[in-house]
Design a protein around this ligand. Structure first.
Ligand SMILES: [Zn+2]
Length: 106
């Protein structure tokens, strides 16, 4: 058993599980039951729903698959490439959808 993904909510965890199932990578969702008690317990990766693969050998493939589907890539840990604004030429960090300087869309 290997953890391949920590979701921010149970729906996201099941989305990832379904994705892995569709590629015949057996996976389970753990920690869902703890989700309801958040607020009482500190929020850590242990209290968020997580997705585990049964076969450790498939963990790497699973992570790559999740990444390729863009799940969780909005996370601040993976900001991606900065982009240049077409309106004013300002270089804008990847997490922003529009220019902070002139407001032009990406
Ligand atoms: Zn701009």
């Amino acid at each position: 058993m290997k953890k391949v993904f920590v979701a921010s909510h149970p729906t996201e965890a099941h989305l990832v599980k379904g994705l892995l199932d569709s590629r015949e990578i057996p996976a389970i969702v753990r920690g869902e039951s703890l989700f309801g008690v958040r607020g009482e317990a500190p929020v850590t990766p242990d209290t968020l729903p997580s997705v585990w693969v049964n076969n450790d050998d498939q963990a790497e493939e699973a992570v790559a698959l999740i990444r390729s589907h863009g799940v969780g890539v909005t996370d601040a840990n993976t900001p991606g490439e900065p982009w240049s604004c077409s309106g004013c030429g300002e270089v804008v960090e990847a997490q922003f959808g529009e220019c902070w300087k002139c407001g032009a869309a990406k």
